[in-house]
Design a protein around this ligand. Structure first.
Ligand SMILES: [Zn+2]
Length: 501
């Protein structure tokens, strides 16, 4: 039955849907054509998903979603830098939600490569592997490749480098996610129509054996690096668009990007729709990649701003959905949680004070550079505390009495400041590792820890965790995403909804 779905009008769909539900009631036990024994909820429409948006929040699970919801609900937090105007998260308006596992074939707590392989191909693999089987003997076909073979146009968008693990798993196959040149040079081989977001790490000096930009140009891709040029690319023209990028080839953190003319994730998505829209439909994967990085660093404010940027991109897809509701599927999920973020902290008990976070105006990444610039300048701890007040509000009782530092917190900051200025600490020491993590600047990470804790936010890790991730869906085939299932099933459900295979 599902293989004979044809486009039809909304009214015809309604009548057909009513007939079908009567039929299902009258023939109890008659299942659909799935043979895996699972029970699938009926599709929201009978249409094949012709336009598919797959949003992946890297490091996004329920705590990241709900932290963002809380931030958006607070008018003061929301107005940091005057740029956030949404009243609530778009993804929370989706009619269907489910819960997915994240574990990899060889480790309970997954990594982005194994997780994105599962989400892109429907197969589990080992940590670090890009869309190949565990033995690395076979490429696993991705849903993006299936869509391309079917004649749909395909776009890949990410806020981190375009050859990073998550986007790579949709167009490349590699034994290791660290083979950046190998991965980046598969962009042109994929024949996909649009790559948007960060730069290619594989084209950094010393990283590869060739020039990825020249390979892309030879394959007919137009390469643009600003919004004006991107808007000038003609639909049907293959395009690689990037914007100003950081030392990892990624977009700047949203908290630092706001107010600049760097292309936003939402703008990459909007232009992607313009370039990809065609009568055969399209598939677009959009990753919010730096939620993960901010959570690794235990910086909840930067993570939240990147979540809002991600949700803004979802809003662009929702606008498209509203124009083509019967033929569009939007699926939003995370690849894994990161940081062990929790809403609640031991010393704040049942209280939260998220509004204390609204004074932070810089990411941990840019602040780390500021702290680094103090080395050898004779910067005093007292002057450093003044600087912290300015960029984080922390210690400024005139803003909020709850921002006052306790003696215990002041001592922690002073010790971290000394470590940042003078070095000489040993990260192999258990206590030092727990305080500063694998590579974070001691002073910066202590500032974000204390500010986060005062707000009632806590972190249990500098790494990913094994909690399940929410899956949100709307549109053609969207109802099949309710319930609890494996992360490989997310891919299978999308492939089924789009009849990609
Ligand atoms: Zn990560």
């Amino acid at each position: 039955m599902q293989n004979t779905r044809k486009p039809r009008s909304f009214f015809q769909s309604l009548v057909f849907g009513l007939m079908m539900s009567m039929l299902v009631v009258s023939i109890s036990g008659c299942d659909d054509d799935d043979d895996d024994g699972s029970v699938n909820a009926p599709s929201s429409t009978d249409e094949t998903a012709k336009y598919i948006f797959f949003f992946i929040g890297d490091g996004m699970a329920s705590p990241q979603v709900n932290m963002t919801e809380a931030a958006l609900a607070d008018p003061n937090f929301r107005l940091v830098n005057g740029a956030i105007t949404l009243g609530a998260m778009n993804l929370q308006h989706f009619p269907t939600a489910g819960m997915a596992t994240t574990y990899a074939e060889d480790r309970y707590i997954t990594g982005s490569a194994a997780a994105a392989t599962a989400l892109a191909t429907g197969e589990k693999t080992s940590i670090g592997t890009i869309s190949k089987n565990v033995a690395h003997t076979q490429d696993l076909k991705t849903m993006a490749e299936m869509a391309k073979e079917k004649g749909m146009k395909v776009g890949i968008v990410s806020s981190v480098s375009i050859d990073h693990a998550t986007p790579a798993c949709f167009y490349a196959h590699a034994d290791s996610r660290n083979e950046y040149y190998n991965i980046a040079s598969q962009m042109d081989e994929s024949g996909f129509d649009y790559f948007g977001g960060g730069y290619a790490k594989g084209n950094f000096p010393g990283k590869g054996a060739g020039d990825v930009e020249i390979q892309m140009q030879n394959a007919g891709y137009e390469i643009v690096d600003n919004l004006g040029a991107l808007k000038g690319v003609q639909p049907g023209q293959k395009c690689w668009a990037y914007t100003e990028y950081d030392g990892s080839g990624a977009l700047f953190y949203e908290i630092d990007r706001m107010g600049t003319d760097h292309i936003s994730l939402a703008e990459f998505t909007e232009q992607g729709i313009r370039l990809l829209d065609n009568p055969n439909g399209f598939f677009m994967m959009i990753e919010g990649g730096k939620v993960d990085w901010a959570c690794h660093a235990n910086d909840v404010v930067s993570a939240t701003h990147d979540m809002v940027a991600f949700d803004d991109a979802i809003g662009i897809a929702l606008d498209f959905y509203n124009q083509h509701p019967d033929e569009t599927l939007i699926v939003v999920t995370g690849d894994h949680e990161c940081g062990g973020l929790s809403l609640g902290y031991a010393s704040t008990g049942y209280d939260t004070a998220f509004s204390l976070l609204k004074y932070q105006d810089i990411s941990y990444q840019e602040y780390t550079e500021i702290v680094g610039s103090w080395k050898g300048t004779g910067k005093t701890f007292a002057a450093a505390l003044e600087d912290v007040k300015e960029h984080f509000g922390l210690g400024d009782e005139t803003l909020d009495p709850a921002l006052a530092l306790t003696d215990y917190e002041r001592d922690q900051l002073e010790e971290a400041f000394d470590d940042s200025m003078n070095g000489g600490f040993d990260r192999n020491d258990e206590e030092v590792f727990l305080k500063y993590g694998p590579y974070y600047d001691p002073f910066t990470v202590t500032v974000t820890h204390i500010l986060n804790q005062k707000a009632g936010i806590s972190w249990t890790s500098y790494y990913h965790t094994g909690v399940p991730v929410p899956v949100y869906a709307i549109g053609a085939g969207g109802n099949s995403f309710s319930g609890s299932y494996d992360n490989t099933d997310v891919a299978k459900k999308i492939i089924e909804a789009g009849e990609l295979n």
